[in-house]
Design a protein around this ligand. Sequence first.
Ligand code: SAM
Length: 257
Amino acid sequence: MSVSPRKELGQHFLVDENILGVIGRLAELALEDVVLEIGPGLGVLTRFLADRVAHVHAIELDRTLEPHLQEALGDRGNVSLHFGDALRFDHGSLAPAPRKLVANLPYNVATPLVAESLDGLPSIERWCVMVQREVADRFFAEPGTKAYGAVSVLVRLAAERTGFHPVSRAVFRPRPNVDSALVAFRRRELPADFGWVKRVVGAAFAHRRKTLPNSLELAGLATRDRAAAALAALGRPADTRAEALAPDDFVTLARAL
Ligand code: SAM
């Protein structure tokens, strides 16, 4: 069966199966694992996972891939195929609940998918995701660097990196215009008020050229004076910008607003 990949859905299919071994190693797959795969595509990774873990939930947006997936998966009874948009999917309905997210993510929605999964998918303890190299670098970027942004703060508050592997564009068909990387991370305990911290972080980075007090006031989260006082308590001047604050500082700041 042939398929015409749909660019708008980020369809770059894995054609070099050697990379599957790297995914398996970085994901530390174990027989008792329940895995969530977002975007199974033609089912190459799905089949690899199904042969090594207890259960795989695979969520695919493109229904036209169903016959290809059925063919690739054969009669493997431990795969649940779900069709829909992973960004809108009711992940709480998945039974058994997934403990790992292992996926070659659609690049156009990789950042929101990972950011949402940090608190929206509390059963996930480990991630091993293939994303654009630039996005992988952003997840664990250091404060003050160009790559550091809202997603870096959130990922670093929720998780610690356990693995990284650059991936050549030659392993995909069609070949993408960008390099990729596999990045693996393990959940840390989330701050109890992560939802509020997330709002503060989102507002803080919404206007990169503005100071933090201005950004927070613009978002209606705090007055400029209150935000400046919270920064002062952190030993920071009122003209501090979001990219200067470390992830833990955002938790302290959010609690002081
Ligand atoms: N896992 C396959 C592989 O490695 O060969 C395909 C990976 S391809 C990069 C991304 C897949 O995600 C495509 O099959 C695409 O149709 C699917 N996809 C795109 N947006 C999606 C969404 N919002 N929810 C679920 N799947 C999506």
